[in-house]
Write a protein that binds this ligand. Structure first.
Ligand code: ADP
Ligand code: ZN
Length: 437
């Protein structure tokens, strides 16, 4: 296979050189950070008063972690390191787990960011001949404008369709010959369901690739989207605190996400002891941004769970690969004392061919006990008016889930397309249990 690289010199740089580059950039980033009220105070306490105090990459460990709460406390300008007049844009996180946080960009920051996103897009084999439909929310969310700029940087024709309005999405694909889309995996599954329901023929669209991210999804979900839509799906990871998309992305081998280590330093830590873990061990991803002057963020605790591959990738890139992010440390549900991650439930459901494209996890209290209800859409091969077939499928889902998570759920089957679809990130868990019990 012929691989293409946006910036071969950097992407295939030998590790010692790459680490030397990281050290230089880390010094610069610490210099930026020291200009903000928040880090000036934080770093001074850690004995760092100038970028000269960073002498090796090991000195990174002297820098205290930054948390989402720190960002909230520093709101609005505690983390701004340049003059307000030199800020050209702001973005905010989606606020999935609470108050959104705000990030500022200088003109140079935006250029650098677009470069990282372009590197991701180009690395999947796209070129300027592609037509790119960006089916994700625009606005404060970074996924819209982030991919938009990256797509333009590659030179593709970018269609800023935004998310939602599925019928219009098909029309755009047909009218302009869209070859690549970017969307959440849940929206891609929804698009496929609607395509089938509306009788849109696969031959009427030229789609061949999708970038899917912004929310966790399993390998089975990727395969399902690839098989149903007959496209290649690449996993895209990013977060607003690290600019947005363009942090880590799959190459054409689709086996782990290359973290762009000339732009971000990645560490995996034990979320309990906060001690660094070795490559291969699973823990919380901590990221340091080396490419944004306006809002420098050092050693940010993402709360995302992952691990680094220990083997280099056959594509020739030297930047380490992260395993698919399975969820966040704070996604974990405690159901009658048992710890369950929503991704464990997704894995079971999406691996079953008879199951449709959408599901919902509902938690209630029944007396003193928690009750887990899994609402699942039936797939096209299941007739919702055949009670025997429905019961058999419900029983199969129940048994397989119980074997996997040790909790006995109640399973409800719903008609295809009847469960709620979100235009942004999917809301898979509806927890109705009283909070203070
Ligand atoms: P919020 O934290 O409010 O959702 P963002 O919009 O910045 O804010 O989203 C970033 C988060 O989205 C990441 O920290 C991660 O939890 C999730 N995410 C993004 N891309 C992926 C992906 N490919 N796989 C799993 N989770 C992802
Ligand atoms: Zn690779």
């Amino acid at each position: 296979m012929e691989y293409q690289y946006w910036n071969p010199e950097i992407e295939k740089m030998k590790r010692p050189e790459l680490e030397a580059l990281q050290l230089e950039k880390l010094k610069t980033a610490v210099g930026w950070a020291l200009r903000t009220p928040f880090y000036k105070e934080r770093l001074r306490k850690a004995g760092i008063t100038g970028s000269g105090d960073i002498k090796s990459l090991a000195d990174l460990r002297r820098i205290p972690y930054t948390t989402k709460n720190d960002l909230r406390d520093a709101f609005p300008y505690g983390l701004l390191s340049i003059s307000r007049d030199d800020v050209v844009r702001l973005h905010a996180s989606s606020g999935t787990t609470g108050t959104p946080t705000t990030i500022y960009f200088s003109r140079e920051d935006l250029k650098r960011w677009a470069g990282y996103v372009a590197r991701c897009i180009y690395g999947t084999g796209c070129t300027k001949t592609d037509v790119f439909q960006n089916m994700i929310t625009y606005g404060l969310f970074t996924g819209g404008l982030g991919f938009h700029s990256g797509g333009e940087e590659v030179g593709m024709m970018v269609i800023p369709s935004g998310s939602g309005n599925t019928t219009r999405q098909f029309k755009l694909m047909q009218d302009f010959g869209t070859t690549v889309v970017h969307a959440t995996p849940s929206f891609l599954l929804h698009v496929e369901s609607i395509m089938r329901a509306e009788g849109v023929s696969r031959d009427s669209i030229r789609l061949r690739k999708a970038f899917a991210g912004a929310e966790p999804y399993s390998e089975d979900t990727r395969k399902r989207i690839e098989e149903l839509l007959k496209i290649d799906v690449y996993n895209s990871y990013g977060l607003s605190e690290m600019n947005g998309p363009g942090v880590a992305f799959e190459c054409q081998l689709k086996n782990g996400l290359h973290l762009w280590e000339d732009g971000y330093i990645g560490e995996i830590i034990d979320p309990e002891t906060l001690e660094p873990l070795k490559d291969g061990e699973t823990g919380e991803l901590v990221l340091t941004c080396l490419c944004r002057e306006a809002t420098p963020i050092l050693r940010y605790r993402t709360r995302d769970l992952s691990s680094f591959y220990t083997e280099p990738c056959a594509c020739g890139r030297t930047h380490r690969r992260l395993r698919r992010i399975t969820g966040r440390t704070d996604d974990m549900l405690i159901i009658n004392g048992v710890n369950v991650f929503p991704s464990q439930i997704e894995e079971v459901i999406m691996a079953m061919k008879e199951v449709g494209n959408n599901y919902l996890i509902v938690l209630d209290k029944e007396g003193v006990l928690d009750r887990l209800v899994i609402k699942v859409e039936a797939g096209p091969s299941i007739f919702t008016d055949d009670a025997r077939q429905m019961n058999a499928l419900k029983e199969k889902i129940r048994k397989t889930l119980q074997a996997s998570i040790t909790i006995n759920p109640r399973v409800e089957l719903h008609e295809s397309g009847s469960l709620p679809v979100s235009e942004g990130k999917a809301k898979r868990v509806q927890d109705n249990r009283p909070k203070d019990l």
